[in-house]
Design a protein around this ligand. Structure first.
Ligand code: PAF
Length: 256
């Protein structure tokens, strides 16, 4: 009997359903955890307004998976310091550069969720590429019996990666945000060349998108890479008040 865990913060959408479907292919029992982890939100982040749609979430996955909604006191036992995990140098890169401590908090809660649910498989979206890379390392070290599975990003018809935060976008912002996957596709089509990255960044900024980072990186070390190495192109950008992240494969990863 194999159990798969799909850790989420709720506000479930088609991207989560793809994770659940993959989990169902791989395991006999699928548990979807819903926990909006306060510690992974920074001071200026959207913890207070993060969408909480528990009834709709329950309905959406009712016939697909069990749901696990731990309370804050179950996750972080009052009076007991959590088993805090340091994400290391890779946790300070890209997302971590502007969200200090974010990945320490993500790994700490994922480790706790693993301990609480004891899965054989854990399924994460490739949309949060850096998170996936860090969770893989944490699991290899602390939970060698858990197989971490990444699932390709699901996109809406306009190409935008599905995200719980897309609901913050106005109609006009949504149109602008759809330029992000176009830019990534352009970079992929040009094999991740430095010129293509510079051109894409300029186009996005001319459209009013505030690019935080846009880089072609090694999928595991997360360092910037030149031509011929396996690579992903990663981006974080603000459209209006909404910060979006996305990434695409530029060149293949070695098989794992
Ligand atoms: O990707 C998310 O939804 C969260 O970072 C996670 C993995 C559920 C940890 O809170």
């Amino acid at each position: 009997m194999t159990k798969a865990l799909v850790p989420t913060m709720g506000a479930l959408h088609g991207g989560h359903l793809a994770l659940i479907d993959r989990a169902r292919e791989l395991a006999d029992e699928v548990v979807v955890s819903i926990f909006v982890n306060p510690t992974q939100f920074g001071a200026g982040d959207d913890f207070d307004r993060y969408p909480r749609t528990l009834d709709a979430d329950r309905e959406l996955i009712a016939d697909r998976a069990e749901i696990f909604v731990p309370s804050i006191d179950e996750v972080y036992t009052p009076g007991q310091p959590p088993d805090a995990i340091d994400a290391g140098a890779r946790g300070d890169m890209w997302e971590g550069a502007s969200r200090s401590g974010h990945f320490d908090a993500v790994l700490t809660v994922v480790n706790r969720l693993f301990d609480m649910t004891q899965p054989g498989i854990a399924v994460f979206g490739e949309k949060d590429w850096q998170q996936l890379a860090l969770v893989r390392s944490m699991a290899a070290e602390r939970h060698p019996n858990i197989r971490v599975v990444g699932v390709p990003t699901v996109r809406d018809n306009d190409g935008l990666a599905m995200s719980s935060r897309n609901r913050y976008l106005s109609a006009a912002e949504r149109e602008t945000a759809a330029l992000i996957p176009v830019a990534l596709n352009d970079i992929v089509a040009e094999a991740g060349s430095a010129e293509s990255v510079a051109r894409a960044r300029q186009k996005l900024e001319q459209s009013g998108i505030d690019v935080d980072y846009l880089a072609v990186i090694d999928p595991v070390s997360l360092n910037e890479v030149g031509p011929n190495a396996p690579a992903r192109v990663v981006i974080a950008a603000r459209v209006g008040a909404t910060r979006l992240i996305d990434n695409m494969r530029v060149r293949d990863l070695p098989k794992r």
